[in-house]
Design a protein around this ligand. Sequence first.
Ligand SMILES: O=C(O)C(=O)Cc1ccccc1
Length: 268
Amino acid sequence: MRIVTLGPAGTYSHRAAGAVGEGVEFRESVTGIVEAVATGEADRGIVPVENSIEGSVTESLDALAEFEVAVVRELITPIRHALLAQTGDFSVVASHPQALAQCRSYLDAEHPDATLESVTSTARGVERAREDPDVAAIAHPGTADGGLSVLGEDIQDRTSNATRFLVVAPTAERSAAGGKSSLIVYPDDNHPGLLLDLLRPFADRRINLTRIESRPSGERLGDYVFHIDIEAGLYEDRTRAAVEEIETLAEAGWVRRLGSYDTEHVVE
Ligand SMILES: O=C(O)C(=O)Cc1ccccc1
């Protein structure tokens, strides 16, 4: 199986990908990962979608709306960040924007003068720190080799920091079996009560929503795509009926069933 995730080696996504298989290939962006699966270049892609401290990885949500893929698994992993550098004398902290945001209080308290540098992944930040003594990285402590020391451990703003990853696959592999499902709804419409109308089909059938997120459609200001996760499988009659009702409401736009899956907790 060809598996792609966020690289270089050592990212949190790479660690989560260990639950999917061996022999991972890397991409520089989550959009590139979802695209590789949509075009048939890869069989599975692992992307972060949501963090318990920092919220959505919006690039992942937008890529799921842009490309035709299925979601086949959901992996939740604890995230524990470390600060790594050649010495304690640095002026730049480089990491993935999510990691920088998850450690905001620590950085404000311990390194208020450091310049924060966003890079494409935590592992890319570690490469920067290996090359440049003026740069520290925030990453998994296991990436501290090649002359780097761990200057701080468990530096995330809350002890419980978890990230939710989705495993994407070609649409032919979409499953209707599972206790949770993900949908994307683009109503291409705007009227008072639209959101209420979109939610009622679930409420009427006692289907619990675990998440709803709106993202700009890119078409015009105030026009949204809704990412909806529910606690029910697409195989269930009540889910089928609810989604059919939503398809009628969104007939000017589209509804995408990404798939059903069960939550897996991955602890390394
Ligand atoms: O950059 C990484 O290591 C990633 O996999 C993205 C990420 C960043 C911070 C927390 C979880 C995932």
